[in-house]
Design a protein around this ligand. Sequence first.
Ligand code: FES
Length: 118
Amino acid sequence: MADDERLICTSAALRNSGKAVRFEVEYFGENAPAFVVRFEERVYGYLNRCGHMPMELDWREGEVFDLLGHDLICSTHGATYAAASGKCTGGPCGKTPLVSLQMEERDGKVYFKGIDDG
Ligand code: FES
C-alpha cells in the first residue's frame, strides 16, 4: 500500500533506543496508532499494535523499548519484538510480527512513506 509521504518528526526527536514518537496512519480505512523509533542509528516504524492482542505496546507514551534497549516490548503481557524487524523474539506473540511501516530519514527529518504489508 503506498500512502503519501508525510513528515513525522525531526531526526533529533529520536535517540537510539529512546522514546518512540507516536503518530497515526490509515490502515484498512481506519486510523491506527503507530510509532517510530531509532535503533542502532536507523529509524524503524511500526503499527502500535501487539501481535498477541490488539493492544498498544506503550502504557507510558512512547516507552516501547525493554530495559536493555535491544527489543521492543509490549507493556501488557511482555511480548518482545526485534527493533529492526518487528519479529517476535519472546513472550505470547508467537510468530506474529509487528506490522512494519516504510520510514525514511533525510535532511534531518523522518518521513512516513507507507505500510509494508497493509
Ligand atoms: S497484548 Fe501484548 S503481550 Fe499481550
